[in-house]
Write a protein that binds this ligand. Structure first.
Ligand code: PRP
Length: 206
């Protein structure tokens, strides 16, 4: 049995679609259920940011998660494959018509990604006060909670509709297949087979 943690939403759907193509089976979660077992696979439906935690503690052997979330968690996990889905960018943003004043001794950045934020600005020797938020990050500079934001941009619509612009791209992200280290060695053949099947189906789809 291989246990797979999937992030609720679009990425889980796309990943289950790939499993469907590989195994010629339907993998559909029933109503509000969070576990789905089929063949010798067990899928867990978790919050995006929680996928590394499930895999790191071996509650799941493998998982699918954005590179941005992996970078933020800094956990020791094996990156098996870039699935090239769930593409987005992590950016520094601020209000249109205003620029972040880097001349100030400290700048205030609102984000749900404090680690990526601190790392990015410390490389530039800029002192940052991180204001940790859990969502609606784009609101912060509009009400002077912060000078700018570090957030995810997919289509760019949220930033645009809230009068914000991208100042800098910190990283490009897409979903990766990851594995727990012990699971990888303990279930090596099964995990490598799955990785190869994923590579195969992605090649066919190209
Ligand atoms: C993410 C991100 C932006 C939005 C960007 O939020 O934090 O707010 O998506 O998407 P867009 O560029 O296509 O407009 P999410 O939907 O994860 O919600 P959250 O703010 O509650 O985390």
């Amino acid at each position: 049995m291989i246990t797979i943690a999937l992030p609720k939403g679009r990425i889980a759907e796309d990943t289950l679609g790939l499993f469907h193509k590989i195994f010629k089976e339907n993998f559909i979660f029933e109503d509000r259920k969070l576990i789905l077992e089929r063949l010798n696979l067990r899928f867990l439906l978790v919050r995006n940011q929680d996928v590394p935690t499930y895999v790191y503690h071996q509650a799941a052997d493998i998982g699918v998660v954005g590179l941005d979330v992996l970078e933020e968690h800094e956990l020791d996990l094996i990156r098996l494959l870039n699935l090239n889905i769930g593409k987005c960018k992590v950016v520094v943003g601020s209000e249109i018509g205003k620029n972040i004043d880097y001349g100030k001794p400290r700048i205030k950045i609102a984000t749900k990604m404090p680690n990526i934020t601190i790392k990015h600005f410390s490389k530039k020797a800029i002192a940052v006060d991180v204001i940790k938020l859990y969502g609606s990050i784009e609101l912060a500079p509009l009400v002077d909670l912060s000078d700018g934001i570090v957030d995810i941009v997919q289509t760019g619509i949220t930033m645009k509709q809230n009068n914000l612009k991208v100042d800098e791209v910190i990283m490009e992200s897409s979903a990766y297949l990851i594995a727990n280290k012990n699971s990888f060695y303990g279930k090596k053949q099964a995990i490598l087979d799955l990785q190869a099947q994923f590579q195969n189906i992605m090649r066919i789809e190209k």
